[in-house]
Ligand binder design. Structure first.
Ligand code: PEP
Length: 250
């Protein structure tokens, strides 16, 4: 059976005080959330404090943590960068790779993303590989070409079997932070396309303006195994409501 995941991407938000309060509320909300793997991917400087705060969680359902990016090299003269080994030292279970903001704003190519995916795996981190098309690409009928190419770059470097230890997230660029969600049918169509290219047990998350009110319909689709959540992951009640929608998935 495919695992269900709900992962928060805090992006460049938060501070030490607000993080503490948010995590406290999330940990409380996690009670009874068995069956869904929940995690928050936080800015690098907060990893130590987040790890310390989440280390001794009560109950069976525990909130994991991870990073939003990493460097593809193991170590070296890469000023300002952070390696997979450093993330592992802080107890990260996950690292997002290939988020569209990294691809678009920081020029990350498919090859760089594939390197980051491999670097995460090498240190025992579970990469969350993001793929997704822009609105222009969708309008030009290029969606499958684009997400297929983004996925293939990773499979070419690390092999299909590597997906045993990874998660894929379909995030249409036009739906991220815009309030414009893909319809469940639009998302399902791309998930079905991806499903045919990954392992039978690979979890595929949807991301792009997921909120408590649209999560049940999205997660109700056959090939959507949970969500990668940006804005709504900064509001504990919303994140927990979304995780509960994933839990209810049959
Ligand atoms: C994201 O950051 O990956 C994301 C999906 O953001 P939002 O939920 O705000 O659209």
């Amino acid at each position: 059976m495919r695992n269900r995941f709900v992962v928060g991407n805090w992006k460049m938000h938060g501070n030490r005080v607000s993080n503490r309060a948010l995590l406290e509320a999330l940990v409380k909300g996690m009670q009874g959330l068995e069956g869904v793997e929940c995690a928050v991917c936080v800015p690098f400087p907060y990893l130590g404090e987040v790890a310390a705060q989440l280390a001794g969680q009560p109950g069976k359902a525990r909130l994991a943590w991870g990073a939003q990016n990493l460097n593809e090299h193991a170590q070296g003269a890469f000023t300002g960068e952070v390696s997979a080994q450093m993330l592992a030292e802080f107890g990260c279970r996950y690292a997002i790779v290939g988020h569209s903001e990294r691809r678009q704003l920081f020029g990350e190519t498919d090859a760089v993303v594939a390197g980051k995916y491999a670097a995460a795996l090498a240190q025992g981190l579970k990469p969350i590989l993001c793929v997704g098309e822009t609105l222009a690409q969708r309008d030009a009928g290029q969606t499958e070409n684009v997400v297929g190419r983004q996925l293939q770059a990773v499979l070419d470097l690390s092999g299909r079997k590597s997906l045993e230890n990874a998660v894929v997230a379909y995030e249409p660029v036009w739906a991220i932070g815009t309030g414009r969600t893909a319809t469940p049918a639009q998302a399902q169509a791309v998930h079905e396309f991806l499903r045919a290219r990954v392992l039978p047990d690979t979890s595929i998350l949807y991301g792009g303006s997921v909120k408590p009110d649209n999560a049940p319909a999205l997660f109700g689709m056959q090939d959507i195994d949970g969500g990668l959540i940006g804005g709504a992951s900064l509001v504990a009640a919303d994140f927990i409501a979304i995780a509960r929608a994933a839990q209810r998935k049959g």
